[in-house]
Design a protein around this ligand. Sequence first.
Ligand code: PA5
Length: 391
Amino acid sequence: MIQVNFTPRVELDKIEKIVEEIKSDSMGGWADLPLKLSTLKLQKIQEVAEKIRKESDVVVMVGIGGSYLGHRAVIEALKPHAGIEMVYIGNSLSRRDLEFNLRKIQNRDFSVIVISKSGTTLEPARAFETVKQKLAERYGVVGAIKRIYAITDARKGVLHDEAVRDNYTRFVVPDNVGGRYSVLSPVGLLPMAVAGIKVEELLRGAAEMAENVDETFLGSENAERKHEVSSAIKYAVMRNLLQNKGYDTEVFATFEPATAYFNEWIKQLFGESEGKNLQGVFPASAVYSTDLHSLGQFMQDGRRNLWETIINYPTDETNAKVVEAVQKAHIKGRIPVLKIDVSTYDERGFGELIYFFEMACAISAKLAGVNPFDQPGVEAYKEELKNLLQK
Ligand code: PA5
């Protein structure tokens, strides 16, 4: 289980109420995903993943934000050997980037997984149009349809309507799960299964973390609480204390370059969940030791408005010394350093870590008095872009 190197004073009754509020929120469905996903649904995911693997050398993944970062993070971190290449499009509007990525499907068999909860987001919608054309050129209209897998809302949206009309293989993003909390739903599970990630193990790790959070509250206000406070709760409380002391930037430091995308997922989770109503801690990422030769100076000696959260994956002896050295140096440089020790570098460890951050983020946002589950700022940009493109 994940360990942390700090023990803030936790007002358990207050946190218990917050966790209850989170779970009963109309967007709190993610909290139950690791425990409630049915065997049947998981079986369908595995079967479809197997079919995609048999038919393709490359899988083109279309999606942005919460519809893309989580599965990419785990796939890049674990690099499974399923003999299939994942290509990611629809996460920007750059034509150049799209063309560069689509070079990878030349002369190779490919399938497309398109993910959009709303089914209307511009970046994936445009990229999907282009890749659909490529599919039709290669496999004909009927052949193309058999190679498209859509993950979207159960009832509405342009993508939903098209998927129903053209009979694409379909998976649903549950109504009560928002984009950035959806990695343990089909949004993350199908791409990960295709890539060769052991998704049952990932879910097992997440379920263990969920139980670890729940066990914190066994006992009651009057009876003695017998269980240790979950590390996810300690971390949420600790970052709230730091925020209240005026620290406004959190640098997530990893010493494993393969986990750089996991940091990207964390940045989105905290950035979109907390950054609203003029509140929030700015989430930043550093990949060490690479970034010690770029950001190192600032970390050691720059403006003291930040703290560092080290995500400490099990690693080799020399790299572990780097972790120790950084911790010592940065504490001397007067940076608060939080350390999160990850138990295992595998599916189970990442499952734990995903649930750890999701729960910590939701609690933390609630402690700061903001809604962890909406993203009005993202909608504002989408609206402006639509207006400009219409002109
Ligand atoms: O967390 C969120 O809700 C967002 O980041 C969305 O995932 C992102 O904007 C993509 O939206 P959609 O899946 O509707 O295309």
